[in-house]
Design a binder for this molecule. Structure first.
Ligand code: ADP
Ligand code: MG
Length: 669
């Protein structure tokens, strides 16, 4: 049913909603809040820390003053809390407040904290009596992703109306719901938008996460039925080329790498098509394994494609493989295929692929687009993007290809989970790092440490090394108190000698701009790279030895673990400096986990234990394996349940129609 069926939604609103991919009434249900506005218990002024919005119970200790700035009328006063601390509060264009807010009165003030130099001000607070606030406490208002023409209030109204039309029959029969301990679909969808309370929200989220896993595992089961033991159309027995390349490498493969390579060789020389997941922590050397297998295909005159999640990574792999080709004087042509290439460049690439001039293709999801026609696609390697890999098989099969598939992942998932999520895949694990690696030294510090950190970076650069500095934001933003790459690069330029080239990088730059900067960084023409987390996945610059992260408290530990994996990739001692903008013990404790462990799964699961309800939707851990709401770390137990449920479902011949679950392939462009 079209959205226009919803009361209050006209053509104009429908057009705006379409921009959010909301076309049908169903889509409204699944436009989940990205967070909730919660009226939490008031806190003391000294507890504000770096919170953005707070409620303070305070007494007005000064009569309201009015002033004019440009065309704004500003009303301001100061309030004092129970502990005797004071904070200034300000309102814009609300002169009438002088009639309600008076000297010595007590209210709860709820507003945004604005920081200026060393002082803080609360802006535009709501004013509530203690009684009124008590009623509102813990009430959760959904906050949605919006677009022009759709305000949060309009979204709320639309969702409310749409929910009245929700008449879904739950696909999960009552007895099974009881058994797997999940709530009704209708309850879930109502409470995910407008939670009755926190418990209801948890139940709702659990149900929807369960549904996502259920749909995913169900589909995989169907897929598996179809492809049991697909015969190997591309039997490779000759490994002469890869053996020669291995001999010419600057390093010796680790035993783990050798054993994985052996697994692959057994697969591709066998009589079934290969489907293998290679798990190995960041820096364990997965790329070379992929390249070697691709060379074996090329040697047999067959094509292979390597797909990665970002353009910068595609570019990097493209350069590395070409280096191997040069070093070995090979006559093999590789093409790069990414979304940002011009139509002309793409056309040229397509031609080289279809006429078999290029046997190796490296790119983003562009490598599988409609227009790409392979001659004999014998091997597909997918780097850092599991889920895509599994689902992509179906598409490839539909296109008439039955290639060998390798999926490479740095997310250490316990074997039991991997078996469920990659049901049909065999698993190889690289469980050792190259021998020349020294363990990374970590430290978690506060902002006071910065001068020392800058000095440290300077020393490392003087020794010929390089550094990454990560900031959460691209540029200054009123809403958030956090470092941004543009300003930070300037600060570093001021604090470091002028012979050190400092540049910044972020996701909104053009692909060309990003590639250019990364190439310069790779060649050590740039010594310090200030970046957002775009460099989190896969980037490999072995000469970089310092990873400094500003506002480390804002990142998930899994993300910090990935960032840390950008250093310690060569034979130099590497360092990680996590700078926390907060002194809050709890947050520092969380970061300390990184010091203790190097096991990504352990890190992510501990992280979740230490986070509070306010982080409800902020806790997405895995950058790979993207589900809408479920998270393979938080919901590990649900995955097992969903698997059992799917088995029961299928054995009972129940029908499952996947109409209201968005389980499409997720691609990070
Ligand atoms: P990841 O597993 O994170 O994808 P990469 O494949 O990017 O890791 O490898 C990281 C770095 O380690 C690269 O510079 C690569 O050349 C190097 N490398 C790979 N294998 C070895 C090895 N056996 N000995 C030394 N260095 C290696
Ligand atoms: Mg990699």
């Amino acid at each position: 049913m079209k959205v226009t069926a919803i009361k209050g939604v006209g053509e104009k609103t429908a057009l705006a909603l379409a921009k959010l991919n909301i076309n049908e009434v169903e889509d409204v249900f699944l436009h989940l809040p990205r967070n909730y506005d919660i009226y939490e218990r008031p806190i003391l002024i000294k507890e504000i820390d770096n919170k953005a919005v707070v409620s303070i119970e305070g007494t007005v200790i000064r009569s309201l003053e009015m002033s004019h700035i440009k065309n704004l009328t500003v009303i301001s006063t100061t309030i004092r809390d129970e502990a005797g601390d004071t904070i200034k509060v300000k309102w814009f264009n609300m002169p009438f407040l002088r009639n309600t807010v008076k000297y010595s009165m007590k209210f709860i003030f709820r507003g945004r904290i604005k920081r200026l130099n060393n002082s803080i001000v609360m802006e535009q607070p709501e004013i509530l009596t203690l009684g009124k606030y008590d009623e509102k406490i813990n009430e959760m208002q959904p906050i949605y992703s919006l677009t022009k023409g759709i305000s949060n209030n309009l979204m709320i109204k639309t969702v409310k109306e749409a929910l009245k039309m929700c008449n879904h029959k739950d696909y999960m029969p009552d007895d099974m719901r009881g058994k797997y301990d999940i709530c009704e679909y209708k309850f879930a969808i109502n409470n995910i938008h407008f939670p009755a309370d926190y418990e209801a929200l948890k139940l709702a989220r659990k149900r929807l996460a369960f549904d996502e896993f259920f749909a995913f595992i169900y589909k995989m089961n169907k897929l598996k039925e179809k492809e049991i033991a697909i015969p190997n159309q591309y039997i490779i027995n000759n490994f002469e080329l890869s053996d020669n390349i291995i001999k010419n490498l600057e390093f010796e493969l680790t035993n783990s790498q050798k054993s994985v390579l052996e697994d692959i060789r057994n697969d591709i020389s066998g009589n079934k098509v290969m489907q293998r997941l290679i798990q190995g922590d960041v820096g364990s050397g997965k790329t070379i394994i992929a390249f070697l297998s691709m060379f074996d295909m090329a040697y047999a005159g067959l094509q292979s494609a390597l797909m990665v999640p970002t353009e910068v990574l595609a570019n990097q792999h493209y350069e590395s493989i070409n280096k191997i080709i040069e070093d070995n004087n090979l006559d093999i042509s590789v093409v790069l295929l990414t979304g940002s290439m011009t139509a002309k460049q793409k056309k040229l690439a397509y031609e080289k692929i279809v006429n078999k001039e290029a046997l190796i293709v490296i790119g983003t999801h562009a490598v599988f687009q409609e227009k790409v026609v392979y001659d004999k696609l014998a091997l597909v390697v997918i780097d850092e993007q599991h889920r895509f890999g599994v689902m992509q098989r179906a598409t490839l099969m539909e296109k008439g290809y039955n290639p060998h598939v390798i999926i490479m992942s740095a997310t250490p998932i316990p074997r039991t989970l991997a078996i469920i999520l990659y049901g049909e895949m065999d698993i190889s694990i690289i469980d050792e790092l190259p021998a020349n690696r020294l363990p990374i030294k970590n430290c978690v510090v506060t902002k006071d440490y910065r001068p020392k950190a800058y000095k440290f970076i300077e020393n490392q650069v003087n020794q010929g090394r390089q550094a990454y500095v990560i900031c959460p934001m691209i540029e200054e933003n009123d809403m958030l108190e956090a470092e941004n790459v543009v300003d930070y690069a300037n600060v570093l330029r001021e604090n470091l000698p002028s012979n050190i080239n400092v540049q910044y990088l972020h996701g909104k730059m053009s692909a060309e701009g990003k590639n250019d900067l990364l190439t310069k960084f790779y060649n050590n023409e740039i010594q310090v790279l200030v970046s957002t987390t775009v460099i989190e996945v896969g980037i490999n610059v072995p000469n970089a030895t310092v990873m400094m992260v500003e506002n480390a408290e804002r990142f998930s530990l899994a993300s910090l673990h990935q960032l840390r994996g950008r250093v310690g990739r060569g034979n130099h001692q590497s360092y990680c400096v996590f700078i926390s903008a907060t002194n809050s013990e709890e947050k520092l404790k969380r970061l300390e986990i990184l010091n203790k462990s190097n096991d990504g799964f352990y890190i992510a699961s501990q992280d979740l234990k230490l986070r509070g309800p306010g982080d409800f939707f902020g806790i997405r851990q895995s950058g790979e394996m993207q589900f809408n709401i479920a998270d393979i770390y938080t919901d590990a137990d649900l995955i097992e349940k969903a698997k059992k449920a799917v088995e029961e479902f299928i054995s009972k011949d129940y029908e499952f129609i996947d109409k209201n679950m968005n389980n499409d392939i997720f691609i990070i462009a």
